[in-house]
Design a binder for this molecule. Sequence first.
Ligand code: MCN
Ligand code: MOS
Length: 780
Amino acid sequence: MKLGVGTAAVVTAGVGFSADEAFAREVAPTRGPALGAALSRTDGPLKVAGLARYAIEQKLENMAYGVTVQSTRPAGRIVNIDTSAAKALPGVVDVYTPQNPLKLNKPTVYSKGGGATEDFTPLQDDVVRFNGMHIALVVADTFEQATEAASLLKVTYEDAAPILDLGDPKARPQDIADMGAKWGDAPAALAGAEVKLAVTYTTAREYNVPLEPHACIASWDNGKITVWEPSQWVGGARSVVSEWLGIDIENVRVISRYVGGGFGSKIGAHPHVGLACAASRQLGRPVKVSLTRPQTFTGLGGRPATKQNLSIGATRDGKIVSIVHESWNETAIDEVHVEACNNVTKIMYATPNLVSRLNVVPVHTVMPGWKRGPGENPSAFALESAMDELAYALNMDPITLRLANWADKDPSNQFPWTTRQLREAYAAGAKAIGWWNRNPKPRSMREGRELIGYGMAAGAYPMIRTASEAKIVFHADGRIEVLSAGTDIGTGTYTILAQTAADVLGVPVANVVVRLGDTVLPRSALAGGSQQANNLASAVAKAARNAIDALRTLAANDPKSPLATSKLADLSFERGTLRLTRRPTGGVSIANLLKAVGKTRLEVEGNTFAADATEATKNAADRSFAQLKGAIEGGLSAHSWCAQFVEVRVDEDFGTIRVKRMVGAFDSGRIFNPKLSESQWIGGMVMGLGQTLLEEGHIDQRDGRTVNANFADYAVPVNADVPEMQVISVGIPDLQATALGGKGVGEIGVVGVAPAIGNAVFHATGRRIRSLPITLEKVN
Ligand code: MCN
Ligand code: MOS
């Protein structure tokens, strides 16, 4: 890698690429093996060299700065906001409150097929729904002026009694009937079971805390608006902006070229984006709204706290006969977000009887959202911890118990699995950690004062699919561009799409430049649900194959083509070169063909929509959740699978837990780029480590305030917390799951980590901790 190369030098190196693209070309290998190669991210050097420009780094003329003011009470209503002191400050442009609102329409939420993650629309009424809710937007010429003015608002509240958590006796749980599951007679089978286990597991309120906080710039210009917004889904954001403002979607452009992480929290454009858009329209100038780190804790929601009651009945030789499951998760006081805590419970093991019921509990909190592995993550925590408890109750090895309950097909619907390399994952993970060498007896292994524990757990994440489209543009100067509205949130989308196009076209990866994250580009579903890599790679491969057809046709048919021939079959395309089949040497490059026929560019599209898909269907895939195809499409059940293994050390005197080693074995089908997928899996496992040992939102019971809304007090793992890690791919190409045989990678790494660590803590100490995070006061 050559860092420190000046921008000017880079420009001359490129063939019409902009500075940052040319830089990426320079550091990418000139002759790459393509799909499947362990290439470094093409955007990596741009990021470390400061050349990647994030949303709020755009420089616009006459920018105004918006600062939101958040409620300090949890429930009730706003009686008055005195803005006089704020307005008197120099540079203050205006102060918007429920008494002087910016007009925003309600957007359509995802559960109703829209692109919005929450229905809450600030400043439209005087209701206080939670502590930390946006109740005003102060706009000034500078950020400092707006911040100072925001501190001067005098808010009068009329309080109401809040409901602050799942356990509040005032809370009214709601059953989410259509997300439950039921077969056989689970209560009766449980009652008659030889061995029974009945346990309750809880997880804490968690936050996504990506490094780049949520912040945007909205720029209204003559009836059209452009929004620079860090986004996992520009199409969804665009539809929400158009609904907020009540303008045609064609007049909205959302741009998101680089994203500093989202982990689910940037799927939706959150309410502060609406405020920025409406303020920009009102004032006729660009408005930047950047949430402070503390504001990100309540400006949008993370994973809700959950509680699960789980009973398992089994025979004495370890066959599960019944699973009875019920879960509760907190949601906003007037909106429903379901954490699907049965997603893993209902598919992992063969059981003739199962019943599962999901409930939400409205509390005065910001609308919760998705955090990596939503549903699957807490689901696996309860199920896989309970399996460990059952194994000990039966005096069986935890892996042997799992194998004894192997599901040959998806027990929830009887559909065959596409691929399920979970046995291979158990075997590879167990070998790598030394599973069979441990003494399984709790509290039997130690080194000095440290108790040693081994734990394992499994998990799944569905292969969700949404049809998407892509475009490849060949330029006469040799550039090859791949275009898609999809985003790269740090995952490697830029890199794997260049690899895909290069693979099909047989050109060096470094010749391909990928453009992403802009609604003017071809339609794409979200970078969420671990689906985008497969959705987009499939579309790009299709476009590349279409391109080969188009290039051969052009070479054969254009009279100015040096290869003009009457028969298409006489023309071959190999390694980026067109040639006459009977003359294996020589040939014409794509660029020279374009020059010869007098074209400056050739654009070829490819998509994975059904042949008869209408424009409305294609738009829906790009803008709403309407076209999401689940894991059970076509009578098949497609999932990524994992087996997680950990070794922990627990200090006998202090109860401090250190994870010493982590091994994850994954079946994600065919891997497009091992370096990047390994990095994804490791990232997921580190996140799981944080969830298990550190992360917990603390709520002040007096006023509903999130007490630890900052990086000092909301602890996430740092280098010193992260042990030696090993990840192993056991997948095989799964052509029933997706067109190129890959399955999802992004989320499966976080599934199963918490139970593996919890099980290891039990093995080390003999203490079963059933609530996350597992902190030392719980162990002692
Ligand atoms: N990949 C691969 N082979 C496959 C599938 C994927 O090599 N068969 C690699 C590719 O590098 C691809 C990446 O894995 O870019 C992720 O692909 P995929 O599993 O399809 O996930 P998405 O592209 O849809 O990304 C979203 C996913 C989710 S849902 C969360 S949450 C999450 C995650 O990605 N958030 C992340 N990983 C993240 N990584 C970073 N750095 N930042 C986030 O916010
Ligand atoms: Mo991931 S939580 O689906 O963005």
